[in-house]
Every structure is written in structure tokens, then in C-alpha cells.
Design a protein around this ligand. Structure first.
Ligand SMILES: [Fe+2]
Length: 178
């Protein structure tokens, strides 16, 4: 067999790939999908406090996984929180940092967070920031006296999305439930 240095890319055409379990995939897989994150067609901006909005993109209740874009509209803070799961985020616009760390995330930058980390998110950019997140596991929020306030998890984010849709006559989008 020839050694592959890059995937074959000589023709743009559909190839019928052999796969033993095609029937099972067709019967059982929830399927991949495309969710438009640039417009409000697939998902609206839902207010998150006075200065922020969330555009929900995916919910997976089996893995307690939720994906969204967090938009902080001007300089502001997301209060101190403790992660019980793993977070993958990409800064899309503006800039953002954590009080606890010495780096500043700028567009295109990847942010990784792991269980047990607690930190306080701040944007000092005049236009705030947009952060894409693919997030797993509960997040515990604390007030400035370190008192526990609330846990956000996949159920919290689903409720946040569905409550806003119901209040505003927006149809629930089944594509977001992966
Ligand atoms: Fe975090």
C-alpha cells in the first residue's frame, strides 16, 4: 500500500465508501448536521445578564455537553466559576482573559479548561468578546464571598434556550439536540 502523505484530493466527487455497519448507522445514528451560527435562523441570541447573550448551538444530554457562542457586548465580567468538566473555547471576536492567568485570548485563539479549575472571566475590549464554546460537565458559580450560587449544566442551558423561545414565540429547533 502506498504511504499517504496527504489525503487523496484529486477529484471532487462522492465515493461510495464500504462500511460493514451502514445499516446500523442509518437506523441508529442521530446524524451530523450544520447549524448556522452567523444568523438567528437556527438559534436566537438569548440574554445572559445585562451585558451578555448566548447563542445555543448544541445540547447532548447523554454527555452533559453543551455548545454555544457567548457574546459579552462591552467590557464586563462572568463571575467566578468552578468547572467539573472539560471546556474547549475559541475566541471569535474581541479579547478576553481570566484574572487568574497571565494570557489574553484574541481572535483565533484556543482556550482549554479542565475539571477542578476555578476562574473569573473578564473582557476589557471596548467591544467585549465573542467566544465559541464546546463544553462538557457542570459549571458551579460562586458570588464574591465564595458562596455557591448555582450550577449550570446541559439541562440549565436547554431551559435557558427553551424558556426564551416560548416567551418569544420562536419554534424550538430540533437540530440543536444532538
Ligand atoms: Fe471557565
Amino acid at each position: 500500500m502506498a504511504t499517504m502523505t496527504a489525503p487523496p484530493s484529486d477529484k471532487a466527487e462522492i465515493v461510495d465508501v464500504p462500511f460493514n455497519h451502514r445499516g446500523l448507522v442509518e437506523r441508529l445514528s442521530p446524524g451530523g448536521r450544520y447549524i448556522d451560527a452567523q444568523s438567528d435562523v437556527d438559534s436566537p441570541w438569548v440574554p445572559f445578564g445585562d451585558n451578555a447573550c448566548i447563542k445555543h448551538l448544541a445540547f447532548d444530554v447523554r454527555q452533559n455537553l453543551f455548545s454555544n457562542i457567548l457574546w459579552i457586548k462591552s467590557p464586563g465580567v462572568i463571575g467566578t466559576h468552578l468547572h467539573r468538566g472539560t471546556i474547549t473555547m475559541v475566541c471569535l471576536e474581541g479579547s478576553v482573559r481570566y484574572l487568574e492567568y497571565d494570557w489574553v485570548a484574541t481572535p483565533g485563539g484556543l482556550i482549554l479548561e479542565v475539571p477542578g479549575e476555578s476562574h473569573t472571566l473578564v473582557t476589557e475590549h471596548p467591544e467585549g468578546c465573542k467566544l465559541f464554546g464546546w463544553m462538557q460537565g457542570p459549571i458551579e458559580f460562586y458570588d464574591s464571598d465564595a458562596n455557591f450560587v448555582e450550577t449550570t449544566d446541559v439541562w440549565w442551558y436547554i431551559n435557558h434556550y427553551e424558556t426564551y423561545c416560548k416567551e418569544n414565540g420562536i419554534a424550538i429547533n430540533p437540530k440543536l439536540y444532538v
